[in-house]
Each structure stands twice: as C-alpha cells, then as structure tokens.
Design a protein around this ligand. Structure first.
Ligand code: GLU
Length: 490
C-alpha cells in the first residue's frame, strides 16, 4: 500500500510554525516510504476564510522545499482538494447514515440550542445536545425536509461504550462515549462539519497516516464513530506533541503566524529551519543534529517522535542557522546574502555591497562565516569595513598590550605603515608571516603593534584582528586608514 499523508489546513491565516512542523513530519514520512504528500484545504468554516491564504500556504511549502505531490491545482486523481468544492460528495454519504439509523435529522433552531446551552450552563452541566430530535421517525423527518424545514444531520452516539484506538506515538487510548455529544456532521447550509468531512476525505483520498496536533485526540471518538457508521476504515494516527514557546506556554496563533511569514523566510535558511523544526519532537536514533533533507527522510521514524511538548528556542534556531552558514560554500553564501540584502537592505545593497567587487565581499563574508548566525547581523557587523572607519585615538593606548600611551600607539602605527605598504595581500598567510617576522626582528611584542593597527583599521573597540581586517580591506584602504590616524595626530 502506498503511504499517503496530508496537510489539511484551514485557510484562516498563513502557515503557523506548528503546522509547518506537522507538514514536515507528514512530508518526511511520505518520502521515507516513497509515498505521497497531499495538501488538502479544509474550508468548511466559512466565517474565518482569509483570501490569499491557500496561495500563501502553498508558497511557504514550496519555498522551504516541501512542495506537495497533489494540491488544489495539481490533481493526482483525487480532485477536488478543497472541501467547499466537494459538497456533492459528502451529502449522499451522510444522508445514507440517516437511512441506516446511525445518524438523524435534527430540526432544532439555533435559538433553541442557545437556550439549551444557557440552561446547562446555569445548572453547571456540560454542554450537550439533549437528543430532542433523535427519535423523530425517518418518514416524518423526510416530510419536514420536503416542506423546506431547515435541518442538520447528527451522529447517533451510543450511550456508554468504550472506544479504543492505537495512536502511533501514544499507544492505546480509550474513550467512553458517555462524554461524547451527538456531533453535527452536516450543517444546515449544506456544508459538512470538520468531523464529517475529514473522515470521508481521508478515506476517499487513500490517506494512510494522519499527523496532527495532540489537541485533536479529543476528536477521535467522533471520528471513530463516524467511520464505523460509514463502514470505512480510518487511517493510522500520530498525534504530535505541542510546540511551546520559551516561556513554556503554547505558541499563540498570532506569534506562530508572524514567526513564519515575517521572520522565518527572511532570517533563516529553509534548510536550517526545517532541520530545527524536525527536532521539535523527534530525535533520530543516531544522535545527530545537523541533517540535510535527504538524511532526515532516511532517518525519520514515527516511533522516534516524543510525547512531551517541544520548546521552540530561538537561540537554538539561531545556532542552527549559524551552523548552516559555517558549512556553506563561500560562493553560495555570497549569492544568498546578496539576494537577502537586495530584498531587505536595499539601500545598503545598492549603494555599498553591489559597488564592491566579488573578492572584497567574499573576504568579508569568509571572515564572518564562523560568527554570523543570521544575515540581518551583516550590515551592523561590517559597517566599519564598508564605510569609513572612526578615528579612535582614545583606544590606541592599552597597558595590557604594553602600550602605555597614545603616543606609543602612534609610534607602533608608524612602524606598521611601511609593512602594510609592501605586504602581499593575496592570502591571509602571505600577509601575516612577513609582518610577524618584522615585529619579532624589531624586538617588539605582537600586541604592541597589532592592537593599535586593529584600532586604526576598524575604529572600533571590538572587531576582527588586524591581519583579517587588512586582508579584507586590501592595500590601498588599509594604508589610507592608518595614514588618517597618523595625520589626525599632527
Ligand atoms: N483542519 C484541521 C487543522 O486546521 C486539520 C486537523 C486534522 O488534521 O485532522 O488543523
């Protein structure tokens, strides 16, 4: 049997970080088994639709490299994939249940149901349908429908039966139907409810495995009973652990949404993000953290998913992104950074970055490669490299480096200037070796020369070392920066 998994979001917003993790697990499991991953849109709740949500969801999945095999505009033999376009499919199945007495027509008005709810609230009873229409004979119900009375279809839930199902992560779970309401399956507007639609759709689309948030466990009794009434077998279920914020609370819909659409696409590499998300609730047997998509696919097992909630730690996400930056080939890193800057730091990109040659830019990128965690740090970290450096004579003295005064610092710069003028800038080592030799020959300590040189080249209290700076800046700029400090002291 071909493994088929699905993501079944409601188009009520952009993709939530938790849904992206659900999508990833569904995708990994499908790919691990050479199966298919489907995007189905659950839009039966007509009040909360967001217009371009479907496009955005598909776009996000595509951007992160998880394009589904089938989606509303890409048929794999099960079209349509949007529930509002499948109304003709649900209705006959649900009416059949009324014929077979496993469901019934309900004519209660919303007013009556409201009053019932209020009464139950006052009596501190759980809100339940009171079976008012459960015993209306079928013929009578049909007549009322023929007379255009509004109706819904409700599932006939047995009084006190134990239902059991086996969750792939949590094992055996039991429910007692005495706690289950007679669920509406078909609404009076002709739309199925979530429970009615999902059971029919998963079956009709040959879905074999459902991954979804653990909150949905409570819907299992209704779905088990609906499937039983319909005479169909349910897929296997893996109810995934919640994703918690750093404060231990569940991610709110709002923070979760913003996180994906506004920040994730912008700040993090999709590979790093997915790698990070994969570990929010799953750990491969081999204790590895950095994995390519192919490695994740190969290693992914539902039995290695944890039960307890996983914490979304932004510091770990930054670290993970930094690891991807560290491992990336420099040309590729340059391409991606340029793309980022062009999109999000346009002024800097046009006036500065794109004006410098590839070699200059890649030397800077290489210098930052082990330290930069996200691209949005780039402009700040490199300000003094791309624009003129501050002249900070106050930083020249540094007793720890045996430079007792500003004058000592300036003397070191005078010593370093000819060395910079004649240095070889073709590689960091070529630049370094002769200068270190000259310092030693002159009987000086490295810090005595390199500290003031670093200050002159960067104009900053903290920066990369003097050699790295000189190597990035090249001969002309290095010499000019040192000269400016010397001139300012005249
Ligand atoms: N439409 C539901 C959601 O938005 C799908 C739940 C399920 O997978 O059964 O999460």
């Amino acid at each position: 049997m071909t493994v088929r998994t699905r993501l079944a979001p409601s188009p009520t917003g952009y993709i939530h970080i938790g849904n992206l993790r659900t999508a990833l697990y569904a995708y990994l499991w499908a790919r691990h088994n050479n199966g298919q991953f489907i995007l189905r849109i659950e839009d039966t709740d007509r009040t909360r639709l967001v217009e371009d949500a479907v496009d955005k969801i598909l776009q996000t999945l595509t951007d992160v490299g998880m394009r589904p095999d089938e989606w509303p505009h890409h048929d794999g033999g099960f079209w349509p994939y949007t529930q509002s376009e499948r109304l003709d499919f649900y209705a006959p199945h649900l009416h059949r249940l009324c014929e077979e007495w496993t469901a019934y027509y309900c004519f209660c008005t919303s007013e009556r149901l409201e009053n019932l709810k209020k009464e139950q609230e006052e009596l501190k009873l759980p809100p339940r349908y009171d079976w008012h229409c459960r015993h209306i004979p079928l013929e009578e119900a049909k007549e009322r429908i023929a007379n255009s009375e509004k109706y819904t279809i409700r599932l006939k839930v047995p009084k006190a039966e134990t239902l059991v199902f086996n969750d792939l992560i949590r094992g055996r779970i039991e429910f007692n139907t005495s706690e289950v309401d007679d669920q509406v399956l078909l609404k009076s507007d002709g739309f199925p409810t979530y429970h009615g639609a999902i059971v029919l759709d998963d079956h009709a689309m040959n879905i074999t495995h459902v991954m979804r948030w653990e909150e949905w466990i409570s819907s299992m009794p209704k779905q088990i009973l609906t499937a039983r009434a319909l005479g169909i077998t349910l897929p296997e279920y893996a109810h995934l652990p919640s994703v918690l914020g750093n404060d231990g609370k569940k991610l709110s819909k709002r923070t979760g949404d913003a996180f994906v659409s506004e920040y994730l696409a912008k700040w993090y590499f999709p590979e790093a993000l997915l790698n990070f998300l994969s570990l929010l609730g799953w750990h491969p047997k081999q204790d590895e953290e950095i994995m390519t998509m192919d490695e994740m696919i190969a290693k992914f097992e539902i039995t290695d998913i944890h039960k307890s909630g996983a914490v979304l730690d932004p510091i770990k996400l930054d670290w993970m992104n930094g690891e991807y930056i560290k491992r990336m080939e420099i040309g590729e890193l340059h391409t991606r950074l340029a793309r980022y800057l062009e999109q999000y730091e346009e002024a800097f990109y046009r006036a500065v970055f794109s004006q410098k040659d590839y070699q200059f830019n890649t030397r800077i990128i290489a210098e930052l490669q082990t330290r930069m965690k996200r691209f949005d740090e780039f402009v700040e970290l490199t300000k003094f490299l791309y624009s003129e450096a501050n002249i900070r004579k106050d930083l020249l003295a540094n007793p720890k480096m045996k430079i007792e005064s500003e004058a000592d610092g300036l003397a070191s710069l005078k010593f370093a200037l000819p060395l910079l003028e004649s240095a070889d800038y073709s590689s960091l080592d070529a630049l370094k070796a002769p200068i270190l030799e000259a310092i030693a020959t002159a009987g000086k300590k490295n810090g005595q020369v390199l500290w003031p040189l670093r200050v002159a080249l960067s104009g900053e209290e903290f920066s990369p070392g003097a050699f790295e700076l000189a190597y990035i800046l090249g001969r002309d700029e290095s010499v000019s920066r040192v000269k400016k400090v010397l001139e300012s002291a005249k």
